[in-house]
Design a protein around this ligand. Structure first.
Ligand code: SF4
Ligand code: MG
Length: 327
């Protein structure tokens, strides 16, 4: 599979009154064509900020991408002008969020909101855009599409609205869809339907998906490749079956102790004793050391780097440093 997007050494920081928060701290990853990459971790681990960085939505002056490249089909998104980025966003890369209501305009009819990008990006006529909007509403599994097109957002359920968001997101046949907790606010049955729709589009259009979630059931069901983030860093990554069968990092092992049940929604990840470190007080250490039952001296003073721990699997943990283990 061909690389679609490659992120190299991305760091995104936020300046707060109390200091700098390294929300994303030297993250490298790639998404291949037609692949679903899931980014998993507790809230505040940097998964959403990674997505916002890709979309150019990190807001200055507080937040800033301070380092790295985000290569999308060979072009560095961080070097594009606002206009160039805008045309990629919504066309080649689109994004859906947890709360569809917050992305929809409450005073515009659903149909108009689907038509808007078709008029702007694809230069369709009004008539063509309306026709395409109806098709898209049908495509995301909503019947009575004409009627829905003439409804206002508040007249639809959360599950319907999320389908509409997907319709908007896929209207330009994006190569990459970034979905940030797209089913977290929905009940289990609706969640399964939404995931099905995403999977269908991925298969039909050879689209890639970057799916951000805290829900391991969703990961098990959707992912080809999994990235586990903790305190702004990738602590483990790998092909989904390997990672679930044989997690290497103690954090991943902890997460997987709560066995995900497919189609059952979980509000929280299994809670590993202890707390995520204060992002303002990170030191040169393994950020997980306070919560790790395997913690060694070196873990408190030196940060492990992400390295190969098996075929298609990497972890950042001193347990896998040969020299140390055999010392
Ligand atoms: Fe635990 Fe040390 Fe590995 Fe960190 S580096 S996860 S503290 S064993
Ligand atoms: Mg988030």
């Amino acid at each position: 599979m061909k690389d679609l997007m490659k992120i190299n050494h991305l760091s995104t920081h936020f300046n707060t009154e109390n200091g700098t928060v390294k929300a994303v701290n030297d993250v490298s990853l790639r998404v291949r064509q037609g692949e679903t990459v899931c980014i998993v971790g507790e809230s505040g681990c940097g998964k959403s900020v990674t997505a916002m960085s890709i979309m150019g939505l990190v807001e200055e002056p507080g937040g800033k991408v301070v380092n790295g490249q985000i290569e999308f089909e060979g072009r560095d998104l961080l070097k594009l002008s606002k206009n160039e980025l805008r045309s990629i966003r919504g066309n080649e890369i689109s994004m859906i969020f947890q709360e569809p209501m917050s992305s929809l305009n409450p005073v515009l009819k659903i149909g108009q909101q689907i038509m808007e990008p078709l008029l702007v990006h694809q230069k369709l006529s009004k008539k063509e855009a309306r026709k395409r909007a109806i098709e898209l509403i049908e495509k995301v599994g909503i019947s009575r599409a004409e009627q829905i097109a003439d409804a206002y957002p508040h007249e639809l359920s959360g599950g319907m609205l999320q389908r509409i968001m997907i319709a908007i997101a896929i209207s330009g046949n994006p190569k990459l869809l970034i979905a940030d907790e797209p089913t977290t606010a929905l009940d289990v049955t609706i969640q399964a339907q939404i995931l099905d729709i995403l999977r269908q589009f991925k298969e039909q259009n050879n689209m890639s998906i970057m799916l951000i979630t805290h829900d391991l059931g969703v990961v098990a069901e959707m992912a080809d490749y999994v990235i586990v983030m903790y305190a702004g860093k990738i602590v483990e990554e790998g092909e989904v079956v390997k990672l679930f069968q044989s997690p290497k990092h103690p954090y991943t092992q902890g997460l997987l102790k709560s066995k995900p049940i497919i189609n059952q929604r979980t509000d929280e990840l299994y809670s590993i004793p202890g707390q995520v470190p204060n992002p303002l007080e990170l030191t040169e250490s393994c950020y997980f050391h306070d919560r790790c039952q395997h913690c060694m001296d070196i873990c408190r003073t030196k940060q492990p780097v992400l390295k190969e721990v098996g075929e298609q699997q990497k972890a950042a943990c001193w347990l896998y440093e040969e020299a140390l283990v055999h010392a």
